[in-house]
Write a protein that binds this ligand. Structure first.
Ligand code: ADP
Ligand code: MG
Length: 352
């Protein structure tokens, strides 16, 4: 068993606290993704699990072992970074085996482990090449191979696909999902890309400013976010937000020139709220007149219309098939009230 637990984990650099008491349980074999905007503390937290950053306070376990004060080498983890950091003068095979060689493992064992990693990552053709003769995706596969040969209990990935172009990123994302399925080890994966988080994770941890905003399965976070931050972060394009105010048992939304009967327990009359609607739940009403269409993007099967209300609020609408609106006109929008979410404007907490 090699799950990972964090108990009230805190990190300070001098006077500056960047991680504010994280409690988290990652199960054995789980694929856990830390996601959040740049600077929210994802790398710091991952490096603390790796033992590359000291933990200021709190406790950490891997499996049954308290690793809080352990050296990185004792923790049974292997880390894959955004930059591949391969040795340029060594071949792929030598790069993958180097760590084991330095630790004095027998040649036969190294050969066996490198062969296994080579098979898993489909690197057979490239074993005798040097890194300069590999593409970015191949280099990243070698650095993942270097992690695999160590046979860690926990794999740690810090934005491993960020240096790749869009097409390779998709390809490697599928590779990493396959790797997890085949190896079955616990994996913690850091990314700022919510699509990577949604597609790879068993469990997503959404971080903001060194705190956990919400933990859950990808679709649970999409369907049932606890606050406006998570609602806006998970889902692409992002959820639309409209200012509203509670009036006569409904939510009056100036941007819609209408009131919406949101099926939640409403706060007191006069409370300022934010109404959230996802782009995929809105339909354009050509007979309406509340919004201008500033721009449309046709991607083929899907298109996006960028609307603006007379109150200056932007709305993105997702359209499908041949039903696409043209820029320039004035339209209305409709959506089922039960597809909306309501947030307290001040606290950003979800109102249910
Ligand atoms: P992320 O990986 O989510 O982009 P980081 O974990 O790298 O964010 O950084 C989190 C915060 O900690 C940032 O505000 C960053 O400036 C700060 N930080 C990271 N490393 C150090 C350091 N060595 N000294 C001081 N502050 C740091
Ligand atoms: Mg980072």
């Amino acid at each position: 068993m090699s799950g990972v637990t964090l108990q009230n984990v805190i990190k300070r650099y001098g006077d500056v606290q960047v991680i504010h008491g994280i409690d988290l349980e990652i199960k054995d074999g789980e694929f856990c993704v830390f996601v959040g905007p740049s600077g929210c503390g994802k790398s710091t937290l991952l490096r603390m699990v790796a033992g590359l950053e000291e933990t200021t306070a709190g406790a950490m376990t891997i499996g049954e072992r308290d690793v809080t004060a352990m050296d990185p080498a004792e923790r049974g983890v292997a880390m894959v970074f955004q930059t591949y950091a391969l040795y340029p003068h060594m071949t792929v095979k030598e790069n993958m085996g180097f760590g084991l060689k330095m630790n004095g493992h027998p040649k036969a064992e190294i050969a066996e482990k490198v062969a296994e990693a080579t098979r898993i990552l489909k690197l057979e053709e490239y074993l005798d090449r040097k890194p300069a003769a590999l593409s970015g995706g191949q280099r990243q596969r070698v650095s993942i191979g270097r992690a695999i040969v160590r046979g860690p209990e926990v794999f740690l990935f810090d934005e491993p696909l960020s240096n790749l172009d869009a097409e390779l990123r998709v390809e490697m994302r599928v590779e990493i999902a396959r790797l997890h399925k085949e190896i079955g080890a616990t994996m913690i994966y850091v990314t700022h890309d919510q699509v990577e988080a949604m597609t790879l994770a068993d469990k997503i941890v959404v971080l903001r400013s060194g705190r956990i905003e919400q933990v859950g399965a990808p679709l649970d976070l999409y369907r049932d976010p606890d606050n406006k931050f998570v609602a806006g972060f998970i889902g692409s394009p992002a959820m639309n937000f409209l200012d509203g105010v509670v009036k006569n048992g409904q939510v009056e939304v100036p941007g819609l020139q209408a009131s919406v009967s949101v099926p939640v327990t409403l706060p007191a009359e006069g409370t300022e709220v934010t109404l959230g609607v996802r782009p995929e739940h809105i339909t354009i009403d050509p007979a309406g007149d509340t919004h201008s269409i500033d721009l449309t993007e046709a991607l083929g099967g899907t298109s996006y219309a960028y609307l603006m209300s007379s109150t200056g609020e932007k709305i993105i609408v997702e359209e499908h098939g041949d039903d696409r609106s043209l820029a320039g006109g004035r339209v209305g929008i409709t959506f089922p009230a039960e597809r909306t979410m309501l947030f307290d404007r001040k606290t950003e907490a979800r109102l249910r």
